[in-house]
Design a protein around this ligand. Structure first.
Ligand SMILES: Nc1ncnc2c1ncn2[C@@H]1O[C@H](COP(=O)(O)OP(=O)(O)OP(=O)(O)O)[C@@H](O)[C@H]1O
Length: 688
């Protein structure tokens, strides 16, 4: 405090006082202090008033100038704090502070006036006539003026930024989804080999589906061009069951059927064994009367057998390929690339990645890296054609394989596709319900460009429903829908193998008289799965309960109804599951079971893929109540069945243990050890 007194500066007047006598000096000083105190008080009062108005604390002062209304505790606290602050200021007695306070109060008054003026402009009347709503508005105005709320003062709704896509993604060729009015006959595509045409006829294919009509001629034309022009890679995104498999099988068989030397020229990669088998069979059908050899390399047979199928060693020429087309899964491919001597992909012309989005999302064993490094000795994945010089024109080296990506839910995320090192790719995609975009290349309309990105289409022939259920009524609802409508060829999707087993048992106990039920999942061996599928196709099984093993890509004959007993995990999962019906232009129906709590997220999921809400399928509660007794009985049967199964499994486990050579060896050792110990004991006692 002394410091302040000593250092205080009182201006020139004080110098004169210094010379007069002590008392006068003190009186002058006191009067000056008093005067300043008064000034401060006035300044503080006005400052407090305007401050609290700005903060919206407690001055509910009416616009007409009447007394302020009741203050809250918080208000009092605020005022006390400010009083404390003002006391500190007065204690310090700093003249600058006082001046600032006066200036601040003047500024606040000015602001208030400005607000009043603004208010008048808004209302065209004096503040005194303002009603409660108007007063509130004015208060808000002042609040905003007093305190700048970041982001609100000059807030303008920002314009949505349009995604800037690479040219090839923004300018795709649109593939029609109309499988009813086919315009391209088999003979319309020139130059198809007579064996291929015959095979098509045998399979009752007279017209090509839209995706085939666009992709087949495009690929054939690209193949005919001189090798120095590297072919564009392609991405094809078309609905489930729209015939994507033939869209790559036909051009590959056509392109390779006149080859001279046998080399692996086409490699088809699929995410799982079952899909690989399916595609392998299609290749077998269309290469039947040609010299082309196709190999299935998925680990179904022993590794050694697969090696023998792929390459042979001749004492004169060394290793040579025994196949032209290899259908494989990523893991098995890497095994052969690393361990099969003589297996080379140096002559590869086509690299097909079916269900490409799944493969991209789940890159197993880093297979792409191994594949690319095998093809071009470590230069891939990004590849560019060499500059056109006389040397390159004369060079006979072959271009890198043309990459063909297919899926019903192909990712159109440039970053993900980048991993594949696509060369000047071309996109073929379908858009449902956008007539202006169907057929031919997309228009020049900026608004519609890129609108299809991330949107997936379902077949036009598919009728989609949702059915609201509770967890308790689910099995009954399922039984009721199938039995009351006499549905056959029904595929039911559940979340796991265990669920597939239990639900199939429960359904078979419930529907003993009305329909036949079976299950299919990865817990069955592949031959067993094939058997079940054959029975289902022949109509010997009415309801097939499946885990997601069959959800993607499987072309199961004759599925008329798909029921999603467990809610889909993602939009892709939904598209692939419901896509097991409504294939190849045939009608199909899907029903998705949802609980109340799942509806919002399900609809959101559909909207994310630009699909609208689905129609509801209602079930009368009274109908389900009628089935209660049968349900209770079926549950008892199920319980008994599962208990019996458990016992059998335990027995089998014990039997396996008994027969296990390792365990037998261990037991034998233990027995010998015991015998030896007993013998020793025996010896010791006889000596003793
Ligand atoms: N041009 C055609 N005319 C008649 N049927 C066809 C034609 N092309 C394909 N099909 C049949 O359509 C069915 C579906 O074909 P495919 O399995 O190739 O569909 P997809 O588009 O690959 O479906 P997913 O996306 O589910 O794998 C197959 O049974 C196939 O034999």
């Amino acid at each position: 405090m002394d410091l302040f007194v000593v250092n205080r500066y009182f201006g020139d007047d004080d110098k004169k006082i210094k010379d007069s006598d002590e008392k006068a000096k003190l009186a002058a000083l006191l009067s000056k202090i008093e005067e300043r105190r008064k000034q401060r008080e006035v300044a503080q009062k006005s400052k407090l008033g305007s401050e609290s108005f700005d903060l919206g604390y407690h001055v509910n002062e009416k616009v007409d100038g009447t007394a302020p209304s009741v203050k809250s505790d918080k208000d009092e606290e605020g005022a006390t704090n400010r009083k404390r602050q003002s006391d500190t200021v007065s204690q310090h007695g700093n003249a600058n502070f006082e001046n600032e306070a006066v200036e601040a109060s003047a500024a606040q008054k000015k602001k208030k006036k400005k607000h009043k003026r603004k208010w008048k402009e808004i209302n065209g009347s004096e503040g005194g006539e303002a009603n409660a709503g108007e007063k509130k508005e004015m208060k808000t105005l002042e609040k905003i003026e007093g305190f700048t709320v970041i982001g609100t003062e000059n807030f303008k709704k920002k314009q949505k930024v349009k995604r800037v896509l690479p040219y090839w993604l923004a300018n795709p060729s649109i593939v029609s989804v109309n499988l009813q009015q086919l315009t391209t006959t088999v003979k319309d595509i020139p130059g198809l080999d007579k064996n291929i045409i015959r095979a098509l006829k045998r399979n009752k294919i007279t017209h090509f589906f839209p995706v085939q009509a666009q992709v087949i001629p495009w690929l054939l034309a690209a193949y005919k061009r001189p090798t120095r022009y590297w072919p564009h890679d392609i991405c094809v995104s078309a609905p489930t069951g729209s015939g994507k498999t033939l869209a790559f099988v036909i051009p590959i068989v056509q392109a390779l059927c006149y080859r001279f030397v046998q080399q692996v020229r086409a490699l088809v990669v699929l995410p799982v064994q079952d899909l690989a088998v399916q595609v392998y069979r299609v290749f077998l059908t269309y290469t039947q009367h040609t010299d082309l050899k196709v190999a299935l390399v998925t680990g179904q047979t022993s590794f050694h057998k697969e090696q023998q199928q792929l390459v042979a060693l001749s004492p004169v020429t060394g290793y040579h390929s025994l196949v032209d087309i290899v259908v494989t899964t990523p893991g098995r491919l890497v095994d052969h690339l690393q361990s099969t001597s003589g297996f080379t992909l140096k002559h590869l012309r086509f690299l097909v990645i079916d269900e490409a989005d799944r493969i991209i999302e789940n890159i197993q064993n880093n297979w792409l890296y191994h594949l690319y490094s095998h093809i071009s000795a470590g230069n891939a994945p990004t590849c560019h054609p060499p500059a056109l010089t006389i040397a390159t024109l004369e060079s006979t080296s072959s271009p890198p394989p043309q990459k063909l990506l297919f899926s019903a839910t192909l990712t159109q995320d440039p970053e993900k596709l980048q991993q594949l090192g696509l060369f000047q790719p071309k996109l073929f995609t379908s858009v449902v319900g956008d007539d202006q975009l169907e057929n031919g290349d997309i228009g020049k309309d900026e608004a519609v460009r890129g609108d299809f990105v991330g949107k997936f289409t379902t077949p036009a022939e598919l009728s989609e429903y949702v059915c609201l259920v509770t967890p308790e009524s689910k099995p009954l609802a399922l039984y009721h829908i199938i039995a009351s409508n006499s549905w056959q060829h029904v595929l039911v999707f559940v979340g796991s193998r265990k669920d597939a087993h239990r639900l199939s048992l429960l359904l078979s106990y419930l529907g003993q008289k009305s329909f036949k039920v079976a299950e299919i999942s990865s817990s069955l061996s592949r031959p067993a799965r094939e058997k079940v599928l054959a029975k289902f196709a022949a109509g010997k099984i009415d309801v097939l309960v499946s885990s997601d093993a069959l959800a993607r890509g499987m072309d199961i004959e004759g599925v008329d109804y798909v029921i999603l007993y467990s809610a889909p995990k993602s939009i892709k999962n939904y598209i692939h599951r419901v896509g097991r019906t409504g294939r190849a232009g045939k009608p199909g129906t899907s029903v998705t079971f949802l609980q109340d709590s799942q509806v919002a997220s399900f609809n959101e999921m559909l909207h994310s893929a630009s699909k609208g809400d689905l129609q509801k399928m209602d079930i009368q509660q009274s109908k389900l109540e009628e089935l209660e007794d049968a349900y209770t009985l079926a549950l008892e049967h199920l319980k008994g069945h599962l208990e019996r199964e458990e016992k059998q499994q335990l027995k089998a486990k014990k039997r396996r243990k008994k027969q296990d050579p390792l365990i037998q060896k261990y037991r034998e050792r233990k027995r010998r050890f015991k015998v030896r110990k007993l013998k020793k004991l025996d010896k010791a006692t006889t000596i003793g």
